[in-house]
Design a protein around this ligand. Structure first.
Ligand code: SF4
Length: 295
């Protein structure tokens, strides 16, 4: 629960507020941009919701916030916001909300499909979310893009008896029980719709998931940047090898996709041709970063 005594003074007066425990994960600003903004490396409420739609968006941000840093005084329909997740993004692809602090507020996704649902990275475990996912068919596979965004993977896999898939090079003590460890650097077909693409760089065993040549679940490999108005990857948060990460982004030019759905950062949607251009722009910028020209 957010604490009213920790309410940031920069919040505008009203029911909704952000307290000083915010970790600046950006999710509330993505979910409810008409309510939340950035101020001094944390979020604030810059404008109180003034319509039922804005109130619902602010409540969804409250539910999703990984650190429970968002408060709402008075009566608001929070149960409806809980029931809104998983929230459909496009087709069979849903955003799970309920971010976890242990993955620094990474986004996780559900692919709900007749051949077996896939949970991509781990939301915070919550019974209400589990019930909704069960209504959508449960979870057959849990695909973990890399070691940082595994959060409550054990609880989810045990609840749904889901098989977890992760690259061996990113498995450690907390993921030693992963049922299916991927190896090597070649693409791996999970089934005819799902392709695991090893993308070392951010971490050694980072692996993206491509669904139906349309949706690229990119983990922390690359994401949309409003600042560059293009796809981007960050030298600052590259924990393994920047040179490898550049090569891993170049590798994505071999594939078609129209969506980039990251763990951290913003989503992107464009034609596959435009996405290719964005990827090329990202590679050019990464190569400049390699030479120290851009940080
Ligand atoms: S969702 Fe929570 S932690 Fe993330 S930026 Fe908003 S208030 Fe901060």
């Amino acid at each position: 629960m957010a604490q009213v005594e920790l309410r940031r003074p920069e919040n505008i007066t009203g029911d909704f507020y952000v307290d000083t425990t915010c970790i600046d994960c950006d999710l509330c600003r993505q979910i409810a941009p008409r309510t939340f903004s950035s101020e001094g490396e944390q979020s604030i409420v810059y404008r109180q919701p003034s319509t039922p739609e804005e109130e619902m968006a602010a409540l969804k941000a409250l539910i999703t916030c990984p650190t429970a840093s968002i408060g709402a005084l008075g009566n608001h329909p929070a149960k409806r916001a809980v029931a809104a997740y998983p929230e459909q993004i496009d087709g069979e692809v849903y955003f799970c909300g309920f971010a976890s602090e242990s993955s620094f507020g990474a986004s996780s996704y559900l692919i709900a499909r007749p051949r077996g649902n896939v949970l991509v990275d781990s939301p915070r475990f919550a019974r209400a979310l589990a019930r909704r996912i069960a209504e959508l068919g449960g979870v057959r596979w849990m695909f973990l893009t890399h070691r940082d965004d595994v959060a409550d993977h054990e609880k989810w896999s045990s609840h749904f008896e889901a098989e977890r898939i992760m690259h061996r090079d990113d498995c450690g003590r907390s993921t030693a029980g992963i049922e299916r460890m991927l190896t090597g650097r070649d693409e791996i077909e999970i089934d005819s719709e799902l392709l695991a693409i090893p993308t070392p760089g951010h971490t050694r065993g980072h692996t993206a998931l491509l669904y139906r040549n349309r949706y690229l679940f990119s983990g922390d490999h690359l994401w949309w940047s409003d600042a560059y108005n293009s796809l981007n990857a960050s030298f600052r948060v590259c924990w393994y090898s920047w040179a490898e990460q550049v090569r891993s982004v170049e590798r994505l030019l071999d594939y078609s996709f129209e969506w980039v759905l990251p763990g951290h950062g913003r989503r992107a949607h464009a034609s596959d041709a435009r996405m290719r251009e964005y990827t090329e722009e990202c590679i050019a910028r990464m190569k400049q970063q390699s030479q120290g020209a851009v940080r």
